[in-house]
Design a protein around this ligand. Structure first.
Ligand SMILES: *Cc1c(COP(=O)(O)O)cnc(C)c1O
Length: 487
């Protein structure tokens, strides 16, 4: 029998294969360029995958943000959007969708996830505050620090291990939470933040059991709980697969349980509803009123919040679709397929599979590349050259330098291959796996990178690098030897 909530289906030959439970009716042409053109493109882009043009990219796995496929129902809803500055019917549809899916009465629209972080940080954080969380997200931390807060990541010991069979690496460490409250005082802790499917540590979920423990501590200390629900669908899916109590619970109920344990929920619609925009919701009128006055100032009037009415319509439909098992299981099922296959082949990849993409451990993959020469950046460039697949460096390049100009070496050097929802097929997935395996066999050919143009802030977006030796030529020569004229 097919497992509830999974699009992984058992084949007669015994294999478990993720199957696309949708049909493709609008397509976009992709370009798989010859390897010499890919080499030229990455050279032009300064060995930074952010600087590639998608006309040179085959499988774009840079991010899942705003790149998920929309459904026929989402697209058609956009056609009857109600253009109005105030009181748009589209907004009331979206408000109802948020109330139905997240179970919260008061709703505020924002133009994207980080805008919600701005509103929440401005409303609740004062100078010197301390914010405990399972793990930070780049924009979250920036907004909290901008408002004088300090972020404390109190993840469990399992969280940063590459290889693990621990099902909930996104859990918050309860003992660390208690000592943090004791040390800083609950009056200096505006809220506890939980991030569903912790983005930066491999899309790893937390359990509802863990949420309940956090809730207990929050109640004992009268601190409210904030949920970043940008990747809540995938977290709920993993709960349905891995948490005994919820194995037969519909996703819709798991979502309600998760949100029910938190006082305030915000999300980026670019992820959770395969559309654009974002939102904040709560059942607490005081919290709502405090944030509400900032919306017209930073986002726009209360019935559009910086979004177009078309985006609002697509969000309303997309939120309901997030509660559909066959929709929400799609991307994690494919991610699990990639992760399990690579892991079986001895390729260092973060296990167990998470909810955002496949994360390859570049230090394990390229032990010959010192961390000062950016192994994750080198691996991202090498994979692009040999496959046309674009991932994102999440390592030291994404970090910064200290006051003396020395690199702050990252905890982990990861190549993230995001897997947007319902965008790629199984044969494309197999192509990716095949090329990663080839690269692993030929990994000793890959060398490091060095900066040639380095912006002082967020250097990973616009910085340019070059190889430290002639390793790219050698890699291309070996590829041609093995694949001939094939792409
Ligand atoms: C993407 C993301 C955000 C920010 O959302 P944007 O819409 O990109 O501004 C916040 N939190 C998490 C967990 C995310 O993945």
């Amino acid at each position: 029998m097919q497992q509830t909530g999974s699009s992984t289906i058992k084949f007669f030959n015994g294999e478990q294969i993720p199957v696309e439970l949708h049909k493709v009716r609008i397509v976009q042409k992709l370009y798989l360029r010859p390897i010499d053109e890919r080499l030229a493109a990455i050279n032009k882009g300064g060995f930074n995958t952010f600087l590639l043009n998608t006309k040179d990219v085959f499988l774009d796995m840079l991010t899942d943000s705003g790149t998920n496929a929309m459904s026929d129902n989402q697209l058609s809803s956009m056609m009857h959007a109600d253009d109005a500055y105030a009181g748009s019917q589209s907004f009331y549809k979206m408000e109802k969708a948020i109330q139905d899916v997240f179970g919260k009465k008061y709703v505020l629209p924002v133009h994207q996830g980080r805008a919600a972080e701005n509103i929440i940080s401005k409303s609740f954080i004062k100078e010197g505050d301390v914010i405990p969380m399972n793990y930070h997200f780049t924009t979250t931390k920036a907004h909290m620090e901008l408002n004088g807060g300090k972020v404390f990541e109190i993840y469990t010991e399992e969280a940063l291990k590459i290889k693990s069979s621990y099902p909930f690496k996104g859990n918050l460490d309860i003992n660390k939470l208690k000592s943090l409250i004791k040390k800083y005082g609950r009056e200096n802790i505006p809220f506890i933040r939980l991030e569903a499917s912790t983005n930066l540590i491999g899309g790893q979920p937390f359990s509802i059991a863990n949420m309940r423990e956090v809730r207990k501590v929050a109640d004992e200390n009268s601190i409210f709980m904030l949920l970043d629900a940008s990747l809540i669908g995938e977290n709920a899916y993993w709960i349905s697969q891995r948490e005994e109590e919820f194995k037969h619970t519909p996703i819709k109920e798991i979502l309600q349980t998760m949100c029910g344990l938190c006082d305030l929920v915000y999300f980026s619609s670019r992820k959770v509803s395969s559309s654009r925009g974002g939102g904040i919701c709560t059942n607490n009128k005081d919290l709502f009123l405090k944030m509400r006055e900032l919306i017209p100032l930073f986002e726009g009037f209360l019935t559009y919040g910086g979004m177009s009415v078309r985006e609002i319509e697509a969000m309303a439909v997309g939120l309901y679709e997030t509660t559909d098992e066959t929709v929400i299981s799609q991307s994690p099922s494919f991610i699990k397929y990639i992760v399990d296959d690579l892991d079986k082949s001895g390729i260092p990849v973060i296990t167990p599979a998470g909810g955002l993409g496949c994360h390859i451990d570049a230090m394990g993959f390229l032990p010959q590349v010192p961390q000062e020469q950016y192994p994750a950046g080198a691996l991202a460039a090498a994979l692009y050259i040999i496959s046309g697949c674009r991932g994102m460096e999440r390592g030291t390049i994404s970090s910064e330098r200290d006051k003396d100009g020395k690199d702050i070496l990252a905890d982990m050097e990861l190549l993230r291959l995001a897997f947007p929802r319902r965008v790629f097929t199984l044969s494309q997935t197999k192509f990716l796996i095949d090329r990663i395996k080839w690269l692993y066999l030929n990994r000793e050919l890959v060398g490091g990178l060095e900066f040639v143009e380095e912006p002082s802030v967020l250097r990973f977006f616009m910085g340019k690098l070059k190889p430290v030796s002639d390793w790219t030529e050698k890699l291309v020569a070996k590829f041609k030897e093995d694949f001939g004229d094939s792409l």
